[in-house]
Design a protein around this ligand. Structure first.
Ligand SMILES: N[C@@H](CCC(=O)N[C@@H](CS)C(=O)NCC(=O)O)C(=O)O
Length: 203
């Protein structure tokens, strides 16, 4: 059995899909969290100066999405053939893309530009993506790909609370298929027990 240590800020964000997947796998990982004030001292020790970083048996890995894909492969959630894996990767990248837009806006230091763009995000960009996610899930038997659970579903659900806290939009409200998908993922026993015990703020 491998030993996992996940290093990240004391909140959900980019690390939460990794925590969800490690929990799904039933791994008893070390959830190594730190506060913002500690970051300057930690940063130089990270391979590309960023987190999350996952150590697997002492081997240090960066980049959250490939880490998720690796764990998903172990969990049998990364597709049964190349085509299915491709569809899952596409679904994850679509989710990743809208998250990036939201976070880029959140970090924009220009308040006026930020507020303007936020309105466009809330009124246009988020509905544009979410309507397509809703359609995809409705056409795929309640999941992002081929009527069965994949890491795209877990990735999406793992960042919902984070996105709600960043931009105050409930991504599944008024989208029944996404709402049901969220509930299905949160009802997975390992995910349920992770949520029940997870520490720290949601952001
Ligand atoms: N592509 C990387 C990006 C990592 C990233 O942007 N991490 C942020 C936190 S979410 C970070 O380390 N920020 C602090 C910094 O860059 O100094 C990934 O997905 O893992």
């Amino acid at each position: 059995m491998s030993k996992y240590k996940l290093t990240y800020f004391n909140f959900t964000a980019r690390a939460e899909p990794i925590r969800f997947l490690l929990s799904y796998l039933g791994e008893d990982f070390e959830d190594n969290r730190f506060e913002r004030e500690q970051w300057p001292a930690i940063k130089p020790g990270m391979p590309f100066g960023q987190v999350p970083v996952l150590e697997v048996d002492g081997k240090v890995l960066n980049q959250s999405v490939p880490i998720c894909r690796y764990l998903a492969k172990k969990a049998g959630l990364a597709g049964q053939d190349e085509w299915e894996s491709l569809l899952i990767d596409i679904a994850v990248d679509n989710v990743f893309e809208i998250r990036q837009e939201i976070m880029k806006n959140y970090h924009d230091p220009d308040e006026e530009a930020r507020n303007k763009k936020k309105e466009i995000l809330v009124k246009e960009s988020i509905p544009y993506y979410l309507e397509r996610f809703e359609k995809t899930v409705s056409e795929n038997g309640g999941y992002f790909v081929n009527g069965k659970l994949s890491w795209a579903d877990i990735y999406f659900v793992a960042i919902l609370d984070h996105l709600k806290s960043v931009i105050d939009v409930d991504m599944v409200e008024g989208r029944p298929n996404l709402g049901k998908l969220k509930q299905k993922v949160l009802d997975i026993p390992q995910i349920k027990s992770w949520i029940a015990k997870r520490p720290g703020p949601i952001f």
